[in-house]
Design a protein around this ligand. Structure first.
Ligand SMILES: NC(=O)c1ccc[n+]([C@@H]2O[C@H](COP(=O)([O-])OP(=O)(O)OC[C@H]3O[C@@H](n4cnc5c(N)ncnc54)[C@H](OP(=O)(O)O)[C@@H]3O)[C@@H](O)[C@H]2O)c1
Length: 253
């Protein structure tokens, strides 16, 4: 079976230069979706987009920090000038930093919230305005199974990902009548730069693997295929849900 409703559509992917975002860009481009890709480091972003173009896809690189209101405005303006509008918004960019709650400043908490949560809300609201006018669209947010857990020294990340889940439900019920579906894909441990340091340490890796029923970490493509399904027409009746993709870790005892 082939997924339908992807070929010829347009997507904006934040954090598309590396890891999960880069894989999502590759899978959507292979399905004929034309892309606006953003990240802060321009040279890595240009390299990722040129790989897609070499493979026959369309990927327009736009250097942008999603935490910056003016960069977000520019990103949306470029999306409209390049493609006339966005069918799929993939809110993927995210960061995490280990710090004990007692050492955490107000500013550090707000900084993580700006990138991992406020940017997702702001882009969703502004792009949904066009989606409502076009009577359709898909918004897929990247959460994390840590949004459901209490993790030592990860308070900003856990709060931001929990907020993404709550936002997903609220936006889904407000916009379902406009044929806009909003869902979250929440990975467990996936091998990317964000998780590399921990997974390269043998002791930490073994501790992590012991907790995962599948006894392995995931790879970015496994996340990307779920995102592609949630962009396709076959998922049109699915909205407001959180999809954990974690080898069974969250539900295991
Ligand atoms: N890997 C995992 O195990 C895992 C698990 C659960 C959830 N997730 C979530 O999955 C998403 C992708 O993670 P990943 O593992 O692929 O991370 P990654 O390999 O570190 O890639 C992050 C991407 O986001 C971009 N980015 C970061 N901050 C940005 C900002 N302020 N503005 C624009 N772009 C920004 C990065 O490029 P620049 O640095 O150049 O901006 C990069 O392209 C995140 O939301 C993460 O929380 C990952």
């Amino acid at each position: 079976m082939k997924l339908t409703g992807l070929d010829g559509k347009t997507a904006l992917i934040t954090g598309a230069s590396k890891g999960i975002g880069k894989s999502i860009a590759g899978v959507l481009a292979d399905s004929g979706v034309r892309l606006i890709c953003c990240a802060r480091n321009e040279s890595i972003l240009l390299q990722a987009c040129s790989e897609i173009e070499k493979g026959g896809g369309t990927a327009v690189p736009v250097r942008a920090d999603v935490a910056s209101p003016s960069d977000r405005k520019h990103l949306i303006e470029r999306s409209i000038s390049e493609f006339g509008g966005i069918d799929f918004l993939i809110n993927n960019a995210g960061v995490h930093k280990e710090k004990a709650a007692m050492e955490l400043s107000d500013e550090e908490l707000l900084q993580t919230m700006q990138i991992n949560f406020f940017s997702m809300f702001s882009l969703s609201r502004d792009i949904a305005r066009q989606m409502i006018a076009r009577q359709g669209g898909k918004i897929i947010n990247l959460g994390s199974f840590w949004g459901q857990l209490g993790v030592r020294k990860q308070l900003p990340y856990c709060i931001s990902k929990g907020a993404v889940e709550a936002m997903t439900r609220c936006l889904a019920v407000e916009w379902a009548r406009h044929n806009i579906q909003v869902n979250t894909v929440a990975p467990g441990h996936i091998m990317t730069d964000i998780s590399k340091a921990a997974l390269e340490n043998e002791k930490i890796r073994n501790d992590i693997l012991r907790r995962i029923p599948a006894r392995r970490v995931g790879n970015p493509e496994e996340v990307a295929y779920l995102v592609a399904f949630l962009c396709s027409q076959e998922s049109n009746y699915i909205t407001g849900h959180i999809y954990y993709i974690d080898g069974g870790q969250l539900i295991s005892w």
